[in-house]
Design a protein around this ligand. Structure first.
Ligand code: 0WD
Length: 256
């Protein structure tokens, strides 16, 4: 069964092969989605070209997009509209904070660092949703990635935890705005996965170890498991779910 046949899905946030967005992309390609990508920077573009070739995806649509720039977002969605027309899903897998603010005391967060984390990691979902909805004329699903640091004070996660709290609140407000248009908006709160972004959090390896010890399932979550939940949300199986934050973390949040 191909769960995403005839669905046009935009994936934002593939940087390299460890990116959660790439795990989701592979799953979606396998489920016969027509996957479109935005990328940030030439290195990410080159990686995407290489990976898609390996997956035998012909003539993929790759569009550059810096989510801190409204004109760039608008241009990217214009291009999606011109080349594809209708969108059925968006995966927002984007976050950034200064490495030196992902450690130590949260009270040392600079105004600039705080605003940047909010801008890239939380506001971007709002801006993206505005343009995505105009192309989701057949209904759709918007999915973003969050982390437990939104709900709890996780050591060193600091400014990113506050940005994720704003992201999760945005999911609820956007779900209300877009529900009557048959567009669902949800977040997946993933357990820690070794990626480039995650390695920016001080003592991330220690966090991974503690996670395995405490999580009910006594292991780390796999990127593929996060991708499976994204698949559920973007397919016909998830149509009644909106405004939700689904933990895909081997149960860590119930005990950790
Ligand atoms: O443990 C983890 N890895 C978890 C990640 C646990 C729970 C949640 N998440 C979240 C992250 O916070 C993020 O929202 O998952 C999402 C994806 O993160 P990832 O896959 O862990 O990290 P990565 O592969 O680095 O992808 C994030 C990407 C950027 O990568 P780089 O490495 O270049 O910073 O976000 C993109 C970029 O591709 N990005 C931007 N895209 C557009 N405009 C921008 C920007 N201004 N800045 C960063």
């Amino acid at each position: 069964m191909s769960l995403l046949k005839d669905k046009n899905i935009l994936i934002m946030g593939v940087a390299n092969k460890w990116s959660i967005a790439w795990g989701i992309a592979k799953k979606f390609i396998n489920e016969k989605a027509n996957v479109i990508f935005t990328y940030y920077g030439e290195k990410s573009k080159a990686n995407l070209e290489k990976f898609l070739k390996e997956e035998n995806v012909e003539n993929p649509l790759l569009i550059s997009c810096d989510v801190t720039n409204d004109d760039d977002i608008k241009r990217a969605f214009m291009e999606v509209k011109e080349k594809i027309g209708v969108l059925h899903g968006v995966i927002h897998s984007i976050a950034f904070a200064n490495k030196d603010e992902l450690q130590g005391y949260y009270y040392n967060t600079s105004r600039e660092g705080y605003l940047m984390a909010q801008n890239i990691s939380a506001y971007s979902l709002v801006a993206v949703s505005k343009y995505a909805r105009s192309l989701m004329t057949e209904g759709g699903s918007i999915v973003t990635l969050s982390y437990l640091g939104a709900e709890r004070a996780v050591k060193n996660y600091n400014v990113m935890g506050v940005a994720k709290a704003a992201l999760e609140a945005s999911v609820r407000y956007l779900a209300v705005d877009l529900g009557s248009e048959n567009i669902t908006v949800n977040s997946i709160s993933a357990g820690p996965i070794k990626t480039t972004s995650a390695k920016g959090v001080k003592n991330f390896s220690k966090l991974l170890k503690g996670f395995e010890d405490i999580a009910p399932m006594k292991r780390l979550v796999k990127t593929e498991e996060v991708a499976n939940t994204a698949l559920f949300l973007c397919s016909e199986l998830g149509t009644g779910v909106t405004g939700e934050n689904i933990h895909v973390d081997c149960g860590y949040h119930i005990v950790g």
